[in-house]
Design a protein around this ligand. Sequence first.
Ligand SMILES: *Cc1c(COP(=O)(O)O)cnc(C)c1O
Length: 698
Amino acid sequence: MLLDAPGSFGADVVVGSMQRFGVPMGFGGPHAAYMATTEKFARRMPGRIIGETVEANDRKGRALRMAMQTREQHIRRDKATSNICTAQALLANMAAAYAVYHGPDGLAAIASRCHVLAATAAASLRASGYETTDPGFDAITVRVEDAADIAAKAASAGYNVRQFSPTEVGLSFGETISRKDLETLLEAAFGVDTLFSSSIPPPPTPARTNILKNHPVFNSHHSETQMLRYLRTLESKDLSLNHSMISLGSCTMKLNATVEMLPVTWPEFANIHPFAPADQTKGYVEMIEDVSSDLAKITGFHSVSVQPNSGASGEYAGLLAIREYQKSQNQSHRDVCLIPLSAHGTNPASAVMAGLRVVTVKSDENGNVDFSDFEEKAKKHKDELSAIMITYPSTYGVFEEAVADICRVAHENGGQVYMDGANLNAQCGLTNPFACGADVCHLNLHKTFCIPHGGGGPGVGAIGVAEHLTPHLPSHDVSPPSGGCGGPPVAAAPYGSAGILPITWTYIKLLGADGLARASAVAILNANYLAKRLENDYAVLFRGVNGQCAHEFIVDLRDYKKCGVSEEDVAKRLQDFGFHSPTMSWPVPGTLMIEPTESEDLAELDRFADAMIAIRQEIRDVETGEVQYDDSPLKYAPHTLLDISSDAWDRTYSREQAAFPIPGIRNNKFWPAVNRVDNVYGDRNLVCTCAPVSDYED
Ligand SMILES: *Cc1c(COP(=O)(O)O)cnc(C)c1O
């Protein structure tokens, strides 16, 4: 905020952290980082890019939309630009909210204040004879006789300073430091009794603040009341779990109970620096060790690392552990990874990042790994086989009957077994990855273990490993995590996103072993109940030998393409019924994958089934020719309040059918915020340019 934007210096790529932007420390995470490039590299960027688009109707209302969202791992697989799926969306939004509330002037004032504090500290210390570095922005280094002694004195006054070396300490100043804090610290640790005012830093350059000054959202919500209303407006556009079930298959959108969430906000968890002295973090470490040992019991594994920040990051860490282990066995030439076609796109992307060559294994018509193809490829590559990756239950929602044989064949041919445990919600307390024969497995704590998804993160992709891989779990150079491990780190903080682990801790402790098993059982029961309720109206793909699915199932919509109805039509129409769409076109194009989780009761499952069946009737009307596709509510879904109340209603179906197609919706109507948007336009307008305020006036 006090300098020009780095892009104006001529940089091609800029990276940074939002940790100073309204997000607490959390013992190291979660935090958002950002990466920005010139336009030249935009299409090679990892993750999600938000673009600006327009509604696909005559109104051409503006909308922001995730651009190129399907171009990453799922389409490009081993050629993806990154393996990142879950990132830090919630933290990015928290940082954005911080900028919205403070606005350009507020942010510049905060930055100036941090600088003045650092400059004042330097001036005061120098006046007392200390040698310090010049305060660049918010930090100084002070030469002292005994850094440990200064740190101890500071700590007894309630402050931590950094010990750079035996004779150097570092001080850095955030906006929450008061003048009183500074006085107390300097007196207690350095014996300085007078504060010398420093010079005021130069005012921010207009080039920097103009970016924010030009956009109305950063110039409108500066009182707590207005901020509250703004956030509430955004919330009302979001069809979230506090409105209805979100049956996104593979995502496990279960209840994030308030009691599990509350501790995240406690200062004891939120405000600890990742490298705080060990005697200040004993409780935190105890909680983390407790979570880890519970997860080890749940997975059957010897040890667990909570460092990876997502499932994909867990895959990467787990594959690195395998590679490090093989290196220790003089087997570092092993570099082939067998991955079934049905695998989540992060699997091949992570394997490539870990330096492996991906060989794809076919699926059979029942959705299982094609065992003979698998066996053939394992044998063919037996001298260079590093690992196989298998998802259990499979991404098709079926308990792969051959899982133990697959693991055996992998081992017989010199490979290690990586299990993708994103579907652990169907295993917890019923079976476990170790019992299946796996060597390492990641757990998505943001799926099975109740950390909310945050619109795309934060997450924790903890990994469990068998004993022989334990020495290769991720370590950390500055502050090795407890348990002692020697693998390369996969995150900047020793315990990754430690700040959200209390959610998982609370969930496990509240349920206990019996409760976890019951949760899995009910999740499986719920999926089978829904599959039964829908099977007369929709084709249910891939069921196991007893005609049952695991914790999720896929309904096939490809047949309706003949009459013009697409899976997207069904997904959008569900919004009119107050439901978020299930997972669309993954893992099979033209389908919906439904995962109700154990959190939904019978009434909610029935509401969802009723909506799906009512939509099936609308499809049937098109199939029989009673309604033309171009006249069908399916084509125009979702319907906004503006559509329904417009004087120019010229559809052949009624407004009531559009917005209240079944009676149950009347007392709990969710209004979609936009119609469908122009996807092509959105993919071409990657950068959300900040249009001048005048553009927004109408
Ligand atoms: C969600 C998921 C992943 C990736 O997890 P992220 O935390 O999003 O990186 C991998 N595999 C499967 C089967 C998943 O469902």
